[in-house]
Design a protein around this ligand. Sequence first.
Ligand SMILES: Cc1cc2nc3c(=O)[nH]c(=O)nc-3n(C[C@H](O)[C@H](O)[C@H](O)COP(=O)(O)OP(=O)(O)OC[C@H]3O[C@@H](n4cnc5c(N)ncnc54)[C@H](O)[C@@H]3O)c2cc1C
Length: 302
Amino acid sequence: MKMVCLGGGPAGLYLGISMKLRNPENEVAVYERNRPDDTFGWGVVFSDQTVDNLMENDPRSGKAIADEFIHWDLIDCYVEGKVERSGGHGFIGLGRKRMLQLLHQRAEELGVELHFETEVDLDDIDGRFADADIIVASDGLNSKVRNSDLDNFECTIDVRPNKFVWLGTHQTFSDAFTFIFEKTEHGWIWVHAYQFDDKTSTFIVETTPEVYDAMGFEHMTHEESAETCRKIFEDYLDGHDLMTNSAHIRGSAWISFPYVKCDNWIKMTVSCSSATPPIPHTSRSALAPSSVWRTPYPWPSI
Ligand SMILES: Cc1cc2nc3c(=O)[nH]c(=O)nc-3n(C[C@H](O)[C@H](O)[C@H](O)COP(=O)(O)OP(=O)(O)OC[C@H]3O[C@@H](n4cnc5c(N)ncnc54)[C@H](O)[C@@H]3O)c2cc1C
């Protein structure tokens, strides 16, 4: 089988690895617009159960990932300075960039073809990828393929109202996954912080649209937003700055989470010969979006 993955994030890479493991004769090519070391965001977390699933599917990459992760069991929740600690959660954290590097290595080892700095267009589906048996739309949240045919994929997109910004810090929060809720003069703003390497933590700040507007985040540069957040949470930062790497986002660094739901993940294209009745001789499908990645991230509700 010949498969092409449009997009080389975790979904496209891990699907490529999985297809090769199931049958080394499968031909899999992954096309990614970025360079191997470009990525957005900071660290990601997985539950212990997700790591078990990775180990079951591919012990080699599962172990490589698990060996690099920071593991913790506790969650600290600070509300206006008072902390509640709970245990037994079992989570691990790893830099997104490092995770992609490990997946690149494993994919190449298994013979997956990786093409970087290659932008894919919709025309390519029937153009240069015309001989593929399966085309997978692993092009992420803003998938061009999915957005080009929302009706076929029975897709609904619900953009949630809260705003968040994904920052990093050298304050490590090494004891526990940490939530911090602070009440400003305009209302509540809160943080999800977790360590992902020996000197860095992810620091996601989230707030309501009302507080976002009142604080003026919409009109701040990325650096101004980071500095404003640093001042709000400085009691927890031990003198460390908040860092931004969101140059790929135009305008404000703050975005909203869309809830994307596809009831159909397949689009079949059948080419017919001139015989009567038509005899399908090629069948291809675009799956949108591939989602082999599980997201066990413990978003709290308040
Ligand atoms: C703030 C935040 C925190 C998160 N934390 C976690 C977490 O802790 N744990 C967790 O499991 N998940 C987390 N997630 C979710 C996680 O990031 C996604 O589930 C995951 O990235 C989805 O993988 P993907 O491969 O489908 O898409 P992406 O990671 O978006 O990858 C898509 C790839 O396709 C490429 N691409 C797109 N269009 C084209 C094109 N036309 N041509 C070529 N290439 C293209 C892009 O460059 C990109 O590399 C978080 C997300 C956010 C925003």
